[in-house]
Each structure stands twice: as C-alpha cells, then as structure tokens.
Design a protein around this ligand. Structure first.
Ligand code: CP3
Length: 373
C-alpha cells in the first residue's frame, strides 16, 4: 500500500516549536531520554471514574456530541490532569469520531461501545463507504477537534497533550461487524474472502483516521498514539500482510511533523495481546510501543531488541487490590521498564469505570517518588 507524502512543518505556535513541552518528562521519554521522574498517565483517565466527569455528562448530551463540543471536550481532558497531576493529558474524543465526521452513522451505546446504522459486509458496502466521502486534516468538519485541542493546550502549558486515533484494523473490526464483537470474525472473514475489498476498506480507514490524528497534532498535541486495541485477534502473518501496511499509512499522516529544531512529534503504537508481532508494530513507523498487561516490559524490550521506549503496563485489575499489592506490582513494572531506553508508566488497558480515583492519584505520587530514588 503506497504511503502518501505530506507537508511536515509544525506551526510556529505549536508547543513543541515554542519549546513549552519539549523538555517535559513525557516527550523526553518518548524520545528515549530518561528524566529524574518517570512520567505517568492512564488510558481512559478522563471518563466515568471521575465524579466531575459524570457531573458534566449529566446533561445527557450523547458521548459523540460531547466529544464534538470544544468547551466540554477540553474541560473533560483537563479534569484528570488537575486531579491526579499526571504528566500528560489525553485528548477526550473517540476513535469513531473521524468515521462520524466522514459521514458514517455511528453512536456510542453506553456500556457497549460503537454501534453503526449499517454494517460494511461486502465489496459493494465497501465501495459505498469509500465513495460516500472521506476526511482530510484541513476539512471544516474537524474544526471542533482543532478548537478543543487549542483550548486544552492553552491551559496545559508545559504539560503535553497526547492526540490519538484508532488503527485501521480496530476501526474495521467495528465497521464490518456493525458493533463490538468478541473475536472480530466478520472483519477477519472479509480480509480473506475479498482481499481487494479489504485493502480498499483499510486504505480508507487509514486516511480518515490519519486525518483525525494529524489535525490534533497540527492544532497543538505534542505526541500521537495509535490504538489497535483489537489487533490481538490476528495471527502474525495476517497482521503483517493485511493490516500493518494500513497502520503505516495511517501513521504516515503524523510522521515527521517537525519543530524548527528538526525534532518531530513522537508516535506511540498500542495493541492488546500483540506480543507475537510487537516488532511489526514498531516497524509500522512508531517511535514507542505501548504494552498491554499480559506481557512483562522486560520481555517486550527483549522482543524489540532493547532499543525502543516503552509505555505500560500496570494491570487495571490491580487498581482494586489492597494498596500493598498494587504498590508491589507498580514497583515491579518500574523495575522491568528499566530494560528499555525510557519508560512511560501507564495501565495495560483503560481505567475501569468503577475505579476509586484516589487510587490513581496515589499511584501517580508513587511513580514520581520511586523514579527519584
Ligand atoms: O481518557 C482517555 O483515554 C481519552 C479518551 C478516549 C475515549 N475513547 C473516551 C471514551 C480514548 C483514547 C478512547 C479510544 C477508544 N475508543 C478505543 C481505544 C482504546 C481502548 O480502550 O482500547 C476504543 C476501542 C474505543 C471504542 C469505545 N468507545 C468503547 C469500547 C467505549 C466504551 C463503551 C462503554 O460505555 O463502556 C467507548 C466509549 C467511550 N470512549 C467512553 C469514554 C470516556 C465511555 C463513554 C461514557 O462515558 O459513557
């Protein structure tokens, strides 16, 4: 799959260009440089674990409409940064937002996830989707995203904002099934029954999700993360042949965006259950690999040849364990993370909605103290 080439300079007011976030522990770690303290943030740090989030959502605006309201999206992004003193904000949005902005009829069903008006099952469905519209990073449709990022970055100052997008396979896993599924059988079937239609679908997803990520980065996000949450349902061979080229194409939209001094926006690639093709995820143009809770960080580092900064991987289940158990686990994660050039502490997947937020605050303090020892 050919990768498009794109113009590269970041705007003069971008926090990496002005230097506001360039020396932050997060950006440094993503570039492979350790700071006095190990940076930490949590997947799904914004969301239902926070009472202030639940209060804002009480107006019953839909999840996706909330994401597209710049004032709300910005405030929700900032809430966990204020409360927990994490080292980064992650933009409050969703991986299906670019699909919605490209004209796809999708909603988030509470407790379930993305649900589509119609599934994309056949070659004709793929052609209708691809012919129905796309998304470019300079489209007006992305203005609520750009505005929310600008507002957030203005408040964050020296704390970096992480932009993100869903990887093409994870988006396709939803689109082809029409809703969440356990093993993504419909998507994996299409991949093999009609590889050409599959490739067209993946290229479309790559460009739409790439536009969403690129828009966040140009508007002020200091790093980008590609979530391939459901890639773990694939064999290595299928990942390499049918998926990795599209992920590389998605990341190509974000690749090489450069500040005046030539440094570029770091890119993180995360999947669940992807130990057997972690190296291929790195080769899809990522700088940092996000590791789930199943694979110890020292093993991940060994797979990657010891040269790749890692992010992860506290088991979200342990957030509910007695503090000494969580503390011992976190120290073990930090110790294993020493095998990588640099380490950003995170969970191995998202914060469970019933998590006690005080536990997250205490965990941030632990990581910061431990790093200084
Ligand atoms: O704090 C953050 O991490 C930033 C916000 C964020 C959300 N979704 C907000 C959200 C991010 C990074 C995502 C990405 C996302 N969305 C992924 C990849 C990461 C992962 O978890 O694997 C996926 C697979 C989705 C699709 C999706 N959206 C699911 C499965 C769900 C959960 C459904 C539910 O109700 O449990 C959503 C909805 C969603 N996205 C919520 C949030 C805070 C919950 C909605 C609510 O508050 O009602």
């Amino acid at each position: 799959m050919a990768e498009p080439s794109h113009p590269r300079p970041l705007p003069a007011e971008h926090p990496l260009t002005t230097g506001a976030t360039a020396s932050s522990s997060l950006v440094q770690a993503y570039r492979g440089v350790r700071s006095a303290t190990t940076p930490v943030w949590f997947m799904r740090q914004a969301g239902r674990s926070l009472p202030e989030y639940r209060a804002l959502r009480a107006d019953h605006k839909s999840m996706l409409d909330t994401c597209l309201d710049p004032a709300l999206a910005s405030e929700i992004t900032l809430q966990p940064v204020r409360r927990h003193s994490v080292d980064a904000g992650i933009f409050f949005s969703d991986i299906v937002i670019p699909l919605r902005l490209a004209g796809v009829d999708v909603e988030i069903a509470a407790g379930t996830g993305p649900v589509f008006d119609r599934a994309v099952r056949t070659a004709a469905d793929v052609d209708a989707l691809v012919g129905g519209g796309s998304l470019r990073d300079d489209d007006d449709a992305l203005e609520p995203v750009r505005e929310a990022v600008r507002r957030t970055v203005a408040q964050l100052g020296a704390t970096p904002l992480i932009g993100f997008a869903g990887a093409p396979f994870t988006l396709a896993a939803y689109l082809v099934e029409g809703r969440p599924s356990r093993d993504h059988l419909a998507a994996r079937r299409l991949m093999h029954t009609d590889p050409d239609a599959w490739a067209r679908l993946m290229a479309w997803c790559a460009d739409v999700t790439g536009a969403f990520l690129r828009a966040q980065l140009l508007a002020g996000a200091s790093a980008g993360q590609l979530f391939d949450s459901w890639a773990g349902s694939l064999s290595r061979a299928d990942y390499v042949q049918h998926v990795a080229p599209a992920s590389a194409r998605a990341l190509s939209w974000a690749r090489g965006l450069a500040a005046g001094d030539g440094t570029t926006v770091p890119l993180v690639h995360f999947g669940l259950g992807t130990a057997s093709f972690l190296d291929a995820m790195k080769d899809a143009a990522a700088d940092v690999i996000g590791v789930d809770y199943r694979l110890p960080l020292d093993e991940a580092s060994r797979i990657l040849g010891g040269t790749v900064p890692l992010q992860g991987n506290i088991d979200p289940a342990l957030l509910a364990a007695p503090w000494p158990v969580l503390e011992a686990h976190t120290r073990d994660v930090l110790r294993r993370g020493r095998s990588a050039p640099a380490h950003v502490v995170n969970l191995g997947h998202g914060v469970p909605p019933d998590t006690d937020p005080d536990v997250l605050t205490r965990l941030v303090a632990l990581v910061h103290e431990a790093g200084a020892e």
